[in-house]
Structure formats: structure tokens, C-alpha cells
Design a protein around this ligand. Structure first.
Ligand code: SF4
Length: 244
């Protein structure tokens, strides 16, 4: 990878070229290249410690156990998620996990009753997820996500690399299937999130997450019946310091 290509990462065309270039590269190898060669010291993994998160976390643990890992605790999460985070951190020996939380002053002003999710879920996601994440990613040039194409219609064309303002977003598992994820769990003896056995296939906040029914796509249980499919983290440019 040339320095010129890296410089061009802020450009969507360059990101598309790189997606094509890495299309046939093994996910673990791609992850190692991005962490060690492309963005040494300037890349973070963002993990929800949800249903499939253990796969990427395990891959990262084999490359750099101290890699910064941002976990956004909206303060509305399932206790099972917090327990899973602690169990995986201990099992994988991860030392770089940072928990980002909402600004208490903003919560006091806008969501003191913790029911903003009923009145204005987009604003709720903004103050509880997007703003804390933007602040945590300040200073990083790239971040890694665990998104997969099969999870939802809205993610069917998910590329491996995305330009996001001046930052790069990398989706090493974009082309993975549930079968491949399950095989990875099995092969490496990774524990499952406790809610998976109750058919929670995509796990977010308690008020906005429900189990998935047979035949539904993996993210069908998120914001069920409310016409909302993403928290906003992946559909707008993160810019720490501004009211995104
Ligand atoms: S998922 Fe629901 S509770 Fe969580 S931040 Fe978004 S609207 Fe609020």
C-alpha cells in the first residue's frame, strides 16, 4: 500500500478502489495490514459486544491485544451485554477497551426521564451513541466495524472500505455469512452472548431491541415497527465536538 493511496483514503473513489483490491484478501490478513501497516497507532475497533462481536474481537486479540476498542454504553443496555463485555475482555486478554458514555449534562437536559427513545429516537441515539462515539474516536484516522451485508437490506452493498470525511471506516467482515461466523465461534471456542439463545440476533438498547422471528433478517428486532433501521452512527459523518 503506497503512501499516496493512504493519503487518498479520504476520497470515496480511492476507498472503492481499495475495496476491490482487498476483495480476495482473507479478513484476518486484511485486519493485520490495516492495523500494523496502514494505520499503526491511529486505528480503533468499535464494538457493541453484541451477538457476533466475539469474532472480530478474537481476530484483533491475535494481532494486538492493546488495540484501542471503543464500547459505547448508552446506559440503556442489557446487563447481559455488560457481562459479556467483561467475560470477553478477560478471556481474550484485551487491554485497550474504553467505555464511552453519554454526557450527563446532556442527559439531564434532554432525557432525565429516560424516555426520549419514545419521543425522539433519532435524538436519543444522537446523544447516547453518536456523540460519545465521536468524542472517543477523536484523533483516530480509521475505525473498524463488525457490520455484515447479510444483516439487513440496507447493508447489502456494504463495501470493505468507506471514506467518512477525513476518516476511513473498515468493514473486514462485510462479506461474511452467519454460517461462516458460527464456524468461527466453534473453531475458536468463543462464548455466545446470553441473549442469542432467546433469538436476539442484533442487540442494542433494552427499549429498542426485540427477538427476531423465524425468516426475519438479523436486524428486524431493532426499533421494531418504528421505521428506524440505524442508530445514525453509520449514516452520517462523525465529527467530535460538533452536535452531530
Ligand atoms: S437504541 Fe433506543 S434507547 Fe438506545 S440510544 Fe437509540 S433510541 Fe435511545
Amino acid at each position: 500500500m503506497s503512501a499516496q493511496e493512504v493519503a487518498l483514503f479520504g476520497d470515496q473513489v480511492a476507498a472503492t478502489r481499495l475495496s476491490a483490491k482487498f476483495a480476495a484478501v482473507d479478513s484476518q490478513k486484511m485486519l493485520r495490514l490495516t492495523i500494523e501497516d496502514l494505520y499503526p497507532g491511529k486505528i480503533a475497533l468499535v464494538s457493541s459486544f453484541g451477538s457476533d462481536s466475539a469474532v472480530l474481537l478474537h481476530m484483533v486479540s491475535e494481532i494486538d491485544k492493546a488495540l484501542p476498542i471503543v464500547f459505547v454504553d448508552t446506559l440503556q443496555l442489557f446487563p447481559e451485554t455488560l457481562a459479556y463485555r467483561d467475560a470477553l475482555v478477560a478471556q481474550l486478554g484485551l487491554t485497550g477497551v474504553v467505555t464511552a458514555t453519554p454526557d450527563p449534562r446532556v442527559l439531564d437536559e434532554e432525557d432525565s426521564d429516560k424516555f426520549l427513545w419514545t419521543r425522539d429516537p433519532d435524538r436519543c441515539c444522537e446523544i447516547r451513541k453518536i456523540m460519545p462515539l465521536a468524542k472517543a474516536l477523536n484523533g483516530f484516522e480509521a475505525w473498524i466495524t463488525g457490520r455484515k451485508r447479510f444483516q439487513a437490506m440496507t447493508r447489502m452493498s456494504l463495501p470493505l472500505f468507506e471514506a467518512e470525511g477525513e476518516r476511513v471506516k473498515i468493514n473486514p467482515l462485510a462479506g461474511w455469512t452467519q454460517v461462516k461466523l458460527d464456524a468461527y465461534f466453534e473453531m475458536h471456542g468463543l462464548p455466545r452472548h446470553d441473549l442469542v439463545k432467546q433469538n436476539y440476533l442484533s442487540i442494542g438498547c433494552v427499549p429498542c431491541t426485540s427477538p427476531v422471528k423465524p425468516g426475519e433478517e438479523a436486524r428486524a428486532g431493532r426499533w421494531r415497527g418504528r421505521g428506524k433501521t440505524e442508530c445514525g452512527i453509520h449514516i452520517q459523518t462523525l465529527d467530535a465536538g460538533s452536535d452531530i
